[in-house]
Design a protein around this ligand. Structure first.
Ligand SMILES: Cc1cc2nc3c(=O)[nH]c(=O)nc-3n(C[C@H](O)[C@H](O)[C@H](O)COP(=O)(O)OP(=O)(O)OC[C@H]3O[C@@H](n4cnc5c(N)ncnc54)[C@H](O)[C@@H]3O)c2cc1C
Length: 454
């Protein structure tokens, strides 16, 4: 029997973020068998992580289960696991999930593994300044932010109170600006009147960046407006300031005025991205060139050089200086799917991926956002309305949209935060995992040691 009568073309998609999910959906009616492999069981809407960290939204609202999203798409098999290796000759992926390893074969591979946080070679900063890439990060930050006010309320030494009530956000791009704005709103609108020993309005929120402008990629006009809005919210903005040290109780910076230490128990990192581990591995095994961040320099059609059967898309591809944003991932995912459909139909392939820039936006506080859409530069309430509409449009699932709107009403029309629960484990798990090691590896070791002694 020939191969084609035995089975359908196998498309394996790694990553169920924006790129992977939209590629999968675009192959809905294609005559292929899709295996979608993702490191978590949910699709993460990263642009709203900061709202989970600051108690506005629940984690479920921005992270719906992948198999629920795709339950009606019969040609897809969703599998949990981290792809650790690619055998490009045998066309087989090695995958690991807790306590189990398996392999998956492919005919065409789409890799959309996103980006990871970069601490510019100082990974030890992560212990004291969590990044903002995952649900774990957001919940840890939520625990640290709300915990800081609780612990400040218990202190008697004014220096200790100030240290607990000083929040430093590193990175003045959209995520850093949104985080700083929301902590300021928390301190000035939500928490006042709830503590008997501290005044939350005295909290210092410091936004630090090595560059000379906030939201630099949005252009001078919107950047200046965003800066003004941050000042109105009481955020201290320290530009041309380089972070050179982070420890448990503070942060060390080099500024034009010289070296300085800021005493702060709560720091967060919203600066710098690097390619994920899988991008580097794929580059190694295919010999593909990478840029400085480790992203794969793909061909114009998003394929890996020398491997027309492998597409690298989204944040992990380097092509025409395209930014690491959701629309690039979505459109490159659809492009890869389109190429596969053309190939299967016997049509000519290799068409260049052309990106349609739909603009970018960032919120600063309730009712205030900046939006850059083509030649249109909007700020204030109008910018915020557009932000609201776009986020509702792309938030996955009707149920999530409804509950998100309710939570936004609670926070933006009222003064509340619906999601203030933070557990001890959320605050300390990072340190515990680092000290204890991978729990599954550890259990295996303990079981082996037990059987040797038994
Ligand atoms: C805090 C934050 C705020 C942002 N705000 C905006 C915004 O306002 N507007 C905007 O346009 N963009 C924003 N972005 C960027 C946007 O989220 C990304 O550009 C987009 O998610 C990229 O899609 P992707 O598919 O390339 O990767 P991702 O969406 O990151 O998805 C990658 C997926 O791959 C999985 N994965 C990774 N490695 C492996 C592996 N080895 N094996 C299996 N699975 C793996 C991950 O679990 C993840 O699900 C933001 C990003 C962050 C972090």
């Amino acid at each position: 029997m020939s191969e084609s009568t035995e089975r359908r073309h196998r498309v394996v998609i790694v990553g169920a973020g924006f790129g992977g999910l939209f590629a999968t959906k675009a192959l809905r009616r294609a005559d292929v068998d899709i295996t979608l492999i993702n490191g978590t069981a949910y699709h993460l809407f990263q642009p709203l992580l900061y709202q989970v960290a600051t108690g506005i939204l629940s984690e479920g609202e921005i992270a719906p289960p992948i198999r629920e999203i795709l339950k009606r798409q019969r040609n897809v098999d969703v599998r949990l696991g981290w792809v650790t290796d690619v055998d490009v000759d045998a066309k087989v992926l090695s995958v690991e999930a807790p306590g189990i390893e398996y392999e998956v074969g492919y005919d065409t591979l789409i890799v959309s593994a996103g980006a990871s946080q970069s601490y510019f070679g100082k990974d030890e900063f992560a212990d004291h300044a969590p990044g903002m890439k995952s649900i774990d990060d957001a919940l840890e930050l939520r625990a640290r932010i709300f915990g800081a006010f609780e612990l400040a309320d218990l202190q008697t030494d004014p220096a200790e109170i100030e240290r607990w009530m000083t929040f430093v956000v590193v990175g003045a791009g959209p995520t850093g600006v949104e985080m700083a704005g929301q902590i300021a709103e928390l301190a000035h609108r939500t928490l006042p009147g709830q503590y008997r020993h501290i005044d939350p309005r005295k909290a210092r929120i410091i936004l630090v960046d090595a560059v000379d402008a906030v939201l630099k990629t949005f252009g001078d006009r919107l950047s200046t407006r965003a800066l003004r809005q941050l000042h109105l919210l009481g955020v201290e903005v320290e530009l041309e300031t380089m972070v050179v040290g982070v420890d448990a109780t503070g942060i060390e910076v080099d500024t034009k005025r010289g070296h300085q230490r800021i005493e702060s128990m709560t720091k967060m990192w919203a600066a710098g991205v690097a390619a994920p581990a899988l991008s580097r591995r794929l580059a190694e095994v295919t010999g593909a060139p990478t840029d400085r961040a480790g992203r794969i320099k793909v061909e114009p059609d998003c394929t890996v050089p020398g491997h027309p059967e492998i597409f690298a898309i989204g944040d992990m591809m380097a092509l025409d200086d395209l930014p690491g944003v959701a629309q690039v991932a979505i459109q490159s995912g659809r492009h890869a799917a389109g190429q596969i459909k053309r190939r299967l139909a016997g049509k000519q392939t290799g068409q260049k991926f052309s990106y349609f820039d739909k603009g970018s936006m960032a919120t600063i506080s309730r009712f205030s956002a900046v939006a850059s859409i083509g030649k249109l530069h909007l700020s204030g309430f109008l910018g915020w309305l557009i932000w609201l509409a776009v986020h509702l449009l792309y938030l996955v699932g009707f149920k999530n949209r409804v509950t998100a709107v309710l939570h936004w009403a609670v926070s933006f029309l009222g003064r509340g935060r619906s999601e203030r629960v933070a557990t001890f484990q959320q605050a300390y798990a990072r340190a515990a995992v680092r000290a204890y090691g991978d729990p599954f590896e550890r259990r295996k070791e303990e079981a082996t040691a037990g059987s040797k002694h038994g």
